[in-house]
Design a protein around this ligand. Structure first.
Ligand code: SF4
Length: 138
C-alpha cells in the first residue's frame, strides 16, 4: 500500500479555447473550493513546463490526477516529463460521454449545464482522491 497523502494534486490542462479544457478547469475548481477543499490542490501547468522547482516538488511529493481537454494529454505528459507521481488520468470528454444529458458549452468558462457536469465529474474524481489520500491505488 502507498503512503497516506495530505494533499492530492488535481491538474487540469491549459485547454485555452476548448470546451473540455474549460470543463477540466471547472471540475478542478469544484474539487478545490467545494468538494475536497484543503485536500485537492493544484498548480499552473506552465510552471511544470518551465521546471519551476516548487511546482515540480508538488507533483513529485504528492499523488497527481490529471484532467486533459483533448487526446494531446498535455497535463499528463507534463507530469510525466518532470518525473511526477502520476496516479490517475482523465480526459474530460469521458464525463460527457457518460452523462449525455449534460452537454457543456463555452470556452472561457462553461455554461450552467457544463457546471452541473463539472459537479458530477468532481464527485467521481473525489472518490479517487479519497483512495489516494488513504494510501490506496486510484
Ligand atoms: S490537452 Fe488539448 S485542450 Fe488541453 S492544453 Fe493540450 S492541446 Fe489544449
Amino acid at each position: 500500500m502507498a503512503k497516506k497523502s495530505e494533499k492530492v494534486v488535481v491538474l487540469p490542462c491549459s485547454g485555452i479555447g476548448k470546451v473540455y479544457g474549460a470543463l477540466a478547469r471547472e471540475t478542478t475548481y469544484e474539487l478545490m473550493e467545494k468538494v475536497r477543499p484543503g485536500l485537492a490542490v493544484t498548480t499552473c501547468l506552465p510552471l511544470l513546463v518551465i521546471n519551476d522547482p516548487e511546482a515540480v516538488a508538488l507533483v513529485r511529493e504528492n499523488p497527481v490526477i490529471t484532467i486533459d481537454g483533448c487526446p494531446k494529454d498535455c497535463a499528463k505528459k507534463s507530469v510525466e516529463a518532470v518525473g511526477g507521481n502520476l496516479a490517475k488520468t482523465y480526459q474530460a470528454i469521458k464525463f460527457y460521454k457518460e452523462h449525455k444529458e449534460l452537454k457543456p458549452e463555452g470556452i472561457a468558462e462553461v455554461n450552467e449545464t457544463g457546471r452541473r457536469l463539472a459537479q458530477v465529474a468532481a464527485a467521481e474524481v473525489a472518490e479517487e482522491i479519497d483512495k489516494l489520500a488513504a494510501g490506496e491505488e486510484a
